[in-house]
Design a protein around this ligand. Sequence first.
Ligand code: AHR
Length: 496
Amino acid sequence: KKSTISIDKHFVVGEVDKRIYGSFIEHLGRAVYEGIYQPGSPFADEQGLRKDVMELIQKLNVPIVRYPGGNFVSGYHWEDGVGPKNERPEKIDLAWNVIETNQFGLNEFMDWSKKADTSAMMAVNLGTRGVEDAKNIVEYCNLKGGSYYSDLRRKHGYENPHDIKLWCLGNEMDGPWQMGHKTAGEYGRLAAEAGRIMKMVDPSIELVACGSSSLYMDTFGSWEDTVLSECYDQVDYLSLHQYYGNAENNTPEFLASTVAMDKFISSVISICDSVKAKKRKNKSIHLSFDEWNVWYHSHEQDQKLERWCKAPHQLEDIYNFEDSLLVAGMMITMLRHADRVKVACLAQLVNVIAPIMTSDTGAWMQTIFYPFALISNHGRGTVLNTIVDTPVYETKHGDAPYLDCVCMMNEEEDTLTIFAVNKDLESSMEVTCDLRQFADYRVKEHIVLTHSDLKAINTEEQPENVAPVKVENARMDNGILSAVLCDKSFHVITLG
Ligand code: AHR
């Protein structure tokens, strides 16, 4: 098969906001306990934070991590997780039917995020709590001192404010499974009032309102419209959440999920802009795709979990090669909307539907680790409007292109990078791209992630069974790039 990519360095989508490469740590399963925090482990530092996990997170290059949930946050009292550890209560967590020991909390997370070279995106509980508690946590985290909650933080050993800039107004409030689930009208009002008071405490913060938990929620569309009609002035971002699975074992359909994701993003942008028009506003609402991933492998096993245990093996999807292709495709899809998708969080980061897994003997990389790391590390700069002329195939989402692709220009480093997934399971793709505007560029590197077995996985013993390799299948001739992308593969081609 053959495809043509067309770009013009003057036709840009926009600058990438590095927070598009965010991730997520929830108090869920072994994400916190045995994931990032395991006192007594040979890999832990003096605070019990796992250094081997931090090293892998640094390789992923994750600038922001959402915390502490997720469904968990909708029943959480953040005060339970601060102060002397021996005074912290053990409580039931009704989101995941477990016991939360509260031995790790807000301050430990902030210490961890510094050590892991990342920053926090903090969620407040708008399920079982409300405006008052949302105010208190911002005061605790962001005020210098001289007030009850800021002085409490100092008493807890944190003299300087945490200065958290990005806050989520609750989580998935449209979902009937959510503690304190609300109608769009109820939530929109609450988000407006919580947001208003949080910005009264610290006007420098930015706020994310809950959009739909998936494109397939019955309330999708009207939820976004009603919520934004209530809280447009107070918020900066609207969230999107979406997970895909391949339970039917239909890989072409599974890989075509990027078409659905693209529609989801475009639809939410349209609704944001429709509210903007109705309200005659100048400000645009940006998108925070703050939960996205593949999630289905662990569903069956999770049905069998006993209630009220501590940090069980929960949502521990073992990812295969085809999952890594979709993860690459989803990142390409978001980058193509970089003008509006400013924040995104791969859900999640460690052990729970995660690129990184831990055991008592070490930490290792799942298949999806690699596309994330490659795009996060190479995908900085300006996204170009990338026109892809490629054959398509029919799917339930509509016609799916065989080639998913986006080009990025990095003026500082004087490079051009192409990310591309060839979804064809049998044929290679011959790609050409007219790069006469970059005529003096040469192919610096061509990295490919591929495997003969779509279901191949990585394990602790073989963390590089599915891993990227360097190839030389791309070349520049008189300003024309030509590359051969083998069947079922993800590519990073860097020119400079
Ligand atoms: O990421 C796992 C869960 O998925 C989150 O807690 C919730 O927000 C979503 O439903």
